[in-house]
Design a protein around this ligand. Sequence first.
Ligand code: ADQ
Length: 457
Amino acid sequence: MSRLIVVSNRVSAPTDPAAGSAGGLAMALSAALRKYDGLWFGWSGETCETFTGALKTEDRAGVTVALVDLEAQDVDEYYNGYANKTLWPLFHHRVDLTAYERSYGEGYERVNRRFAEVLRPLIQPDDLIWIHDYHMIPMARELRRLGVKNRIGFFLHTPWPVRQLLVTLPFHRRLVESLFDYDLIGFHTAEWRDLLEDYVLHEVGGERLADGRVEAFGRAPQLGVFPIGIDVEGFLAARDSVLGRRTYDRMAASAAFRSMLVGVDRLDYSKGLEERLLGYEQFLQDNPDRRGQVFLLQVTPLSRDDVDTYQDIRARLDALAGRINGAFADMDWQPIRYLNRTYRRDQLAGMYRAARVGLVTPLRDGMNLVAKEFVAAQDPEDPGVLVLSRFAGAAAELGDALIVNPYAREEMSDALRRALAMPREERIARWQGLMAAVRASDVGLWRDRYVAALRGD
Ligand code: ADQ
C-alpha cells in the first residue's frame, strides 16, 4: 500500500486523544493518520533567524511528524498576513476585514515554495500526497515545478467564496490556476464545490467536459465532496470516561434544575458569537417567564491574538455579555457564563451532554465539528436539541436540527423557545436522524473516501 503524506500548516498530534483541545482540522487529521503508515509535514510553529529548511522529525502518538521552522518575516506575511488577514476573511465573506497587501501574497508564495523544497526529498515515487487548507493552495504547483509526478490532493476546510467576492483578490486567477495542479480537490459540501466551478466557468472561461469535470488552464482535476466528521467512537469513549462523566455530574449539579444552553467556539468573527448573544438577549426579552430558568454556557478560548480583529471582537463580546448579564441577572441567577479557556475533549463531551440546547450559529463555516460533537454526546433516551445555522456546512447533513438564520435575532429567539419546549418524542426522533448522519461522516470514513478517490480507485 502506498504511503500517505499529509501536509498542513500546523501539525498537532495530541499524545492523549481524550485530552485533545486542538482545532477541528488537527483533531480530525491526527485521528485519521493514527491508523495509517504515513508522514505529517508542516510548520513547527517556531521561528528561526535564517531559513535553513532543517527538518525536525519525531513520533507523536504513533504518527511520524516532520516539522520545519520559518523566519519571522515568513510568519508575518504568510501566516498572520495572507492566510489569516487575506484568505480567511475573504473565504468567510468578510471583505470588510480582508487585507490586500502585495507583500502578503509574496510571502505566501515564498513559504509554499520553501515547504515544497523541504518536502521534495522525502517523497517516494508511489506516495500519495494530501495537502490541507487555504494556507497551502500553491503547494502542488511548487512540487510540480520540482518534478513531483505523484498524485497530489487538496482539501479545503473552509467555504469557497462566491465569484463576485473572489475577484476582489488581486491575482485571484493565479491562485485558482495553482489549484488546478492538484489531481483531486475536495470540499465539505456541494455548495463550496459549485462555487469554484462557477468561478472557473464564468471568470476563466473554463469548459464542462462530458464526464462532468471542469477544464481550465489546460487541466481538468477531479472535484469532490467529502464531508468531514468526528471520531465517533473516540468521542463516545471520551464522553463515557471518568472525567467525562464527572464533568457531566458537575454541570448538572451547577445547573440546579435550570436548562443549560451551550456554545463552544474558537473566538472568531465567522462563528457568529455576537449574533448568538443578541439572539439570546432577544429570547430573554420575549420570554419573561423563561428568565431564571435557563442560562447560556459559552466556551470560547482566545485565539490568533496577534491579529487586531480578534482583539476587537473580544472587546465587543466582553461588553455584550456584560450588558446582558447586567440587564437580566438576579441575585441567584446569571444568564451567561462566558469562559475564555480550552477544555479537554472529555470535559467538553460532559458539558454537551448536560445541555438542553446546543447553539451552533456561525455566519459562514466550512463544516463545523462542534455541531457533530454535540449530537454524539447526547443521551439517546433524553437528548438535547441542536440549533444550527443554515450557513454552516454541517447544515447540509444535519437537517434534523432546528435550522436558523443567525442574522435574524427574532428567528433565533423563536428557535430557542421551540427547542426548550420540544417534547421528548420529537427530540428523540430528531436526534436519531442527526446521529445517523454523524456516524455516516465519521472521520475514518472521510479519510478512506478521500484517499480512495485520490488513489483513483
Ligand atoms: P474550526 O474553525 O476550528 O475548524 P470546528 O469545526 O468547529 O471549527 O472545530 C473546532 C474544534 O475545536 C472542535 O473539535 C471543538 O471541540 C474544539 N474546540 C472549540 N472550542 C474549544 C474549547 N474551548 N476547548 C477545547 N476544544 C475546543 C475548521 C473549519 C471548520 C471545519 C473544521 C474541520 O473552520 O468549518 O469544520 O476546520 O474541517
